[in-house]
Unconditional design. Sequence first.
Length: 531
Amino acid sequence: MGIPVAERLTTGIQFAEQTGSDHAIERAPTAITAFVGRTLRGPVNRPVTIHGFNDFQSVFGGLWQPSTLGYALEQFFENGGRTAIVVRVVNGARSPTLTLRAQDRQLTLQAVGSGTREFLRVSIDYDGIGANEEDRFNLIIQRVRAPGSEYIEDQEIHRRVSVLPEAGSRYVPTALMDSTLARVIGGVPAIRPDRTLRSDGRGSIGYVHSNPDGDDGAPLTDYDIIGSAAEGTGLFALKGVDSFNLLCIPPLSRDVDAGPSALLVAARFCRERNAMLIVDPPSSWTNAAAAIAGMRAWQLHGDNALMYFPRMLGYDRLRGRFEQFAPCGAIAGMIGRADEICPVWAATEGEEAILRPGYRPLCSVDEAERDRLGNLGVNVLNFVRASARHALSPRTLAGSSSASSDWKYLSARRLALFIVNSIERGTRWVVFEKNGPELWKRVAHQVEQFLAALDHEGAFIGRSPEEAYMVVCDERVNDERDSHLGTVKILVGIAAVRAGEFHSYVISHNAAVSRVRPASLNRLSYPTHTS
């Protein structure tokens, strides 16, 4: 039997003990990558954290020709990625049902996961049930690898559930509300389901298998990827995770790219979550000239998005030949691998910022084209180590926009996001303390110690501490209304390109929520340091 997936994987919900002011701020992860797209099976609109392709295969079914997401995940892990969050979205997919006989009636379950490859089976027994408890039964639900297979990929055991509403939390529809495998649909008969017995006489345990009424649905559209912010579907399912750093939206199918509407919403969502969107070059950009021309009409510009050109050729294990692939998953893996060797402010410029062997570019790019693409905010994939003379610092899609010139370099933008994410996570402890000047002083000191350590390691090279960063946490940012609401605000500034100016953020905490938002300030009103 396989090890139940529930024992090896977690959803996007995370639990962690918060440190106090006497602990150094822990450095936030920098390469947790979220993927949104179509898969063969698995939970829909629910983020699942995985740590290897075997996990992806167990939960979502592995590679599937109609899905580009599986290939992107495979390339992510092959290129050094460690942690991914997968959100499965569907277009009209239907979940299979299971019909449990209850004498002349029936109890119907429906799989949580949809599609034709969601293979469930159910066993009913009365073990440990008293003779006077005629409404009670034990329910075992299993996901198996294939029809007739004994390889169990996941299992749930629900003991002493009941068909009567007065049983409260043991009433079978209520008991299955938290199930990751199945739900009750339709009415519940007043008679408990019949025991499931083997018909071949080789044992007492039998199973009812899912009906062949699942449906994989149609290819995805931009609307499926976007989903609903109110309902937490599509990419907005990621609102349920504590954090992610990179977002990949693989092509909707092998022949259809994600459209402008999906990319624009995703970029805006990444800005709100202090993350970066990895944008795939359109499939029509088959050479550097086409990419340069295409950027003239390109609509998505911003410092929370990045693109690498060209697409790549990789081996397709299902088709048994080399195929063209969008590079977002491989790029995310490459960034994660580089982050483990170099600090985030230099990781994407080091020797590890190349793709692993086994991949090759769809087209060649000469030095002049590389420079032109770089000026437009498009990076060129490195399949071999570039010479120091011709290496270019990776860019964001802010390009040459003067409004975002400080963030046109990927390393600078990722450093800023790393700093605010680390401080936001590392100062959540303030909501458990008495709000006031003493607390403000402690948190300001903690944040300054964190920034000083980064400065010592070269994060702000060429700047003195007074020029490199600033921290304010006192009555200038925390007024009486904040104190009444139990809110603590921390103003953090990171040096801008122009001397004496800062990119500033307000990090606020209260019992309900923690937030990070950009802020504008009068530089002369705030001293550089508070201690």
